[in-house]
Write a protein of this length. Structure first.
Ligand code: ADP
Ligand code: F6P
Length: 332
């Protein structure tokens, strides 16, 4: 752990809030459960806040007990509901949200979400709220941690869909273009491309191949005897329908595009997601009990830990081309 912020003369915490914000992710419920149960175990009161920052601003809250989270560890989505909240992007909204946390006497606010939600939490921390963050996003796009809750379930869903598309595409000797989620990040595309045996993966972080180069490659592959070509496109690159049309026109190979969309965000969380969610939820409460402030739960080098929120958000995301190179070598 680096730079642990501990409240001077910290009084024993009594009450915390928990919310989920931004895109939902499988495993968010397991994280809420872990926060609620760990807190109650240590005699903390827990306020569940509905619809992320929206519910904080409108006071849509309820006290939670150990039974509030019964039968939820296996459920996708979030029992607290989630939302994107434009008001929280404004200074007035942030001031109001911070003063509501004070009125509610929250000793900490646990925010389960992605990069945007963490920026909201950072604004609250600058206004005196103890913001404790748990990474929950299928995108894996937080540079501070090697794991974000929901990613494993999402890539398994994407891989399973790719397997099914491959069956029918191979039978028809077609080319398939599969668009996966990730508006700003290509992790889902790279992982599902590698595990689904893709010939090409297009991601937003790298210019990569042009559409013309992809088409040339498909023609070469056909000449080498490949019966089926799979092109995985990240949502942030987009244009999968028009790419499919172009491929068909220029190669003469029948091509179909499939946009997997929100089915990647649903479903019962995998064991990996439940494990990380449970440990991160538990660790978040430990941080609060230790008097630590403004922390992000992280998974790094095989260990769970926490780090300072501001420092966590300052880490630059870097694109690792290694996985792309492996995909290309394995696709010969
Ligand atoms: P995610 O948390 O999954 O990345 P979003 O980027 O949509 O999802 O962010 C979720 C919410 O977090 C936004 O709707 C907004 O309320 C809040 N948020 C995002 N960015 C900021 C910011 N820079 N400052 C304050 N709040 C933010
Ligand atoms: O939560 C992340 C994410 O699923 C991105 O991969 C995707 O671009 C975005 O959310 C979709 O958001 P919405 O549900 O608002 O369409």
């Amino acid at each position: 752990m680096s730079n642990v912020n501990v409240r001077e003369n910290a009084k024993k915490p009594k009450k915390i809030g928990v919310l989920t914000s931004g895109g939902d992710a499988p495993g968010m419920n397991a994280a809420i459960r872990a926060v609620v149960r760990s807190a109650i175990f240590h005699d903390l009161k827990v306020i569940g806040i509905k619809r992320g920052y929206d519910g904080l601003l409108s006071g849509d809250i309820e006290e939670m007990n150990a039974h509030s989270v019964s039968d939820t560890i296996q459920r996708g989505g979030t029992i607290l509901l989630t939302a994107r909240c434009p008001e929280m992007m404004t200074e007035e909204g942030q001031e109001k949200a911070a003063s509501i946390c004070k009125i509610l006497s929250l000793d900490a606010l646990v925010v389960i979400g992605g990069d945007g939600s963490f920026h909201g939490a950072l604004e609250l921390s600058r206004r005196g709220v103890n913001a404790i963050c748990i990474p929950g996003t299928i995108d894996l796009d937080l540079a501070c941690t090697e794991y974000t809750i929901g990613f494993d379930t999402a890539i398994n869903t994407a891989m399973d869909a790719i397997n099914k598309i491959r069956d029918t595409s191979s039978s028809h000797e077609r080319c398939s273009v599969v668009e996966v989620m990730g508006r700003h990040a290509g992790f889902i595309a790279l992982w599902s491309g590698l595990t689904g045996g893709a010939e090409e993966v297009l991601v937003p972080e790298s210019e990569g191949k042009t559409k013309e180069e992809v088409i040339e490659q498909i023609i070469e592959n056909r000449a080498k005897g490949k019966k089926h070509n799979l092109i995985v496109v990240a949502e942030g690159v987009g244009g999968s329908a028009s790419l499919a049309k172009q491929i068909e026109q220029l190669t003469g190979i029948e091509t179909r595009a499939t946009i997997l969309g929100h089915l990647q965000r649903g479903g019962s969380p995998s064991a990996v997601d439940r494990m990380h969610a449970s440990i991160m939820g538990y660790t978040a409460v430990q941080c609060i009990l230790n008097g630590e402030t403004n922390r992000v739960m992280i998974y790094k080098d095989g260990k769970h830990a926490s780090m300072d929120l501001e420092q966590a958000l300052a880490i630059e995301k870097s694109y690792n081309g290694e996985m792309y190179n492996i995909i290309k070598i394995l696709a010969i």
